[in-house]
Design a protein around this ligand. Structure first.
Ligand code: DQA
Length: 360
């Protein structure tokens, strides 16, 4: 597949422009990374940066690629012309912002192009471009249906039909807005290819009704919605990552869905410990505690497998090892980092697939 990657005004100054906001990589570094990420995903990429709205519109009108990734810079907030151009051409468009546009000046939170894009990624640094390419590859990998499982905008999930059972995927991201279900999509696509149905869910996060108890209630609603997916389900496994693991460990024992197995990858199981740690997500953990979240996870009688990488710099492995001892649960330890566990190409994944296979 071929993807056109467009960067708008002032992004030629990457590296020297407000490095505390946009990082120290230059545009040339970024374009080299984009080409490498594309190759690894089987995507041929073409990159273009322009400070001129018309040049970007011309490139959009002339493109013959399978999709577009665009960071329009400040044109994001004003250019109806760019939005119309994107609306007028074939193929999915992913909007990317390096910085957290929702957490800066109010005018940056407004995008006039979001509604013509299949996904908006922001606040993940330059790796947002990698995630955008990965999303386009995953969309192209096979069909999915998006269901609404509750009343809020974020109460949606993607069903991919693989044939048997159901694996529910719950993404992490420290209950923060910028991390969404595209991060667990590669696992969903992999499992669908192996013959499992998958339900990759979104939930509200802090700032938009999420946190405690909103995020946890959404996960519970998504599990209780399973009968309405219209599948003949022989077994349900929940695979969750990081803060998604924290939510899953709470929801599985409360759901009407008969979950036979939870696989919690690098889960946060001790909110108190995380709140005190000073690590990424500590402030969010504190907020959940203050809202009445139980300090320590307890999945009750549901069979649970904990998976944790020894090189996890975001959630210390003790979150898994201590829960494994407390609950008498299985523990798989690997040498991975926190986000490596989201990559189905890595060794740990075949061990998780074995656990899923046994439970479905
Ligand atoms: C940006 C955010 C925009 O608000 C800004 O005008 C940019 C870059 C980003 O990548 O974070 O130029 O799109």
């Amino acid at each position: 597949m071929r993807v056109l990657v467009l960067n708008g005004p002032n992004l030629n100054l990457l590296g020297s422009r407000e490095p505390e906001v946009y990082g120290s990589e230059t545009l040339a570094d970024l374009e080299q990374s984009i080409s490498g990420w594309g190759k690894a995903l089987g995507i041929e990429t073409e990159t273009l940066q322009s400070n001129h709205e018309g040049a970007l519109i011309d490139a959009i009108q002339q493109h013959e690629d399978d999709g577009i990734v665009i960071n329009p810079g400040a044109l994001t907030h004003t250019s109806r012309a760019l939005a119309d151009a994107l609306r007028s051409v074939e193929g999915p468009v992913v909007e990317v912002h390096i910085s957290n546009v929702k957490d800066r000046e109010a005018w940056r939170a407004e995008s006039v192009i979001s509604d013509v894009c299949v996904l908006t990624i922001y606040g993940r640094g330059v790796s947002g471009y990698r995630d955008a390419l990965r999303h386009l590859a995953n969309r192209a990998a096979g069909p999915f249906e998006t269901f609404r499982y509750g009343p809020h905008g974020e109460n949606v999930g993607d069903l991919r039909r693989g044939g048997q059972g159901l694996v529910v995927l719950i993404h992490g991201g420290f209950w923060r807005q910028e991390w969404q279900r595209d991060t667990t999509e590669s696992l969903a696509v992999d499992l669908t290819g192996r013959g499992f149905n998958t339900w990759n869910i979104e939930y509200r996060r802090i700032g938009k009704g999420g946190g405690w108890p909103g995020s946890a209630h959404d996960v519970l609603m998504a599990l209780d919605f399973i009968p309405q997916l219209g599948l003949e389900v022989s077994g349900i496994v929940v695979v969750a990552h990081s803060a998604g693991g924290h939510l899953a460990l709470w929801a599985v024992r409360r759901s009407r869905a008969e979950v036979s197995q939870v696989v919690a990858m690098a889960p946060i199981t001790d909110l108190g410990q995380h709140a005190e740690s000073g690590m990424y997500g500590a402030a969010e953990a504190r907020l959940l505690l203050e809202s009445g979240a139980p300090p320590v996870s307890d999945p009750g009688h549901i069979a649970t497998t904990l998976v944790h990488g020894g090189n996890d710099r975001h959630v210390p492995p003790e979150h898994s090892s201590e829960l494994a001892v407390r609950g008498g649960f299985d523990l798989i330890t690997t040498s991975d980092g926190h986000f490596d566990l989201l990559d189905p190409e890595r060794d740990h994944w075949s061990r998780i697939v074995e656990v899923i296979d046994r439970s479905i």
